[in-house]
Ligand binder design. Structure first.
Ligand code: MG
Length: 207
């Protein structure tokens, strides 16, 4: 399954904005993750060798259909290299290293969505090694799925197969090799990943 663009939404839960010491946005805050950073329905999260502090951000992912509607959704992780992001924020430079590294967007299998409004009745949840880290009703989103879809379609060149990551609630934190991460959207989907460390790319000596 090819994922095209990934439109990320920042600071869409007030308590997460507060834990990041960030102001609440007056309109949706949109950033891009490379579509090729998505990995759908895999069982492992492979951390690149160079990352220092990768945080989990559990999010509802909306998938755009051929007619640019949302008929499928998933639970996804907007993995973020928090040190690189903090540096980028301080220096006013792009977030690409923090948000778009190899494997930065693990996605579960997809479930059918009848009405976008129905998603607001569901709860987003994430555990690391069976310890609850993030939990919030999707109704707490500042900008709701319907509004995000309209806003993104109005401003950006969206394609069938794009994902919208709708923002994470409070409780983000680091993951490391050996951890078991479980994400769910109540009553619809759950997915478990084992975190592993990617092998360093070896450079062979010519003999
Ligand atoms: Mg996020």
């Amino acid at each position: 399954m090819i994922i095209r663009n990934i439109w990320g939404v920042g600071r869409n839960f007030a308590k997460h904005a507060a834990e990041m010491k960030a102001e609440l946005p007056k309109e949706p805050l949109i950033f891009l993750k490379a579509g090729s950073s998505a990995s759908v329905n895999s069982t492992e999260i492979e951390l690149p060798s160079w990352v220092e502090e990768v945080h989990h951000e559990v999010e509802l992912a909306l998938k755009l259909s051929n007619h640019l509607h949302v008929v499928e959704a998933a639970v996804a992780l907007d993995l973020t290299e928090r040190k690189r992001q903090a540096e980028a924020k301080k220096n006013g430079t792009p977030w690409t290293m923090a948000k778009s590294f190899d494997g930065a967007c693990p996605v579960s299998a997809f479930f059918m969505v009848r009405k976008l409004e129905d998603l607001e009745k569901l709860t987003l949840r994430l555990t690391v090694n069976d310890v609850l880290k993030q939990e919030a009703p999707l109704s707490e989103m500042i900008f709701k799925p319907t509004h995000l879809l309209e806003y993104i379609k109005e401003h950006f060149p969206v394609c069938a197969g794009d994902l919208i990551l709708t923002g994470t609630p409070e409780g983000v934190g680091p993951i490391q090799a050996g951890d078991v991460v479980r994400a769910e959207i109540s009553g619809e989907i759950s997915h478990t990943w084992k975190v592993i460390q990617a092998k360093k790319r070896e450079v062979s000596n010519p003999s």
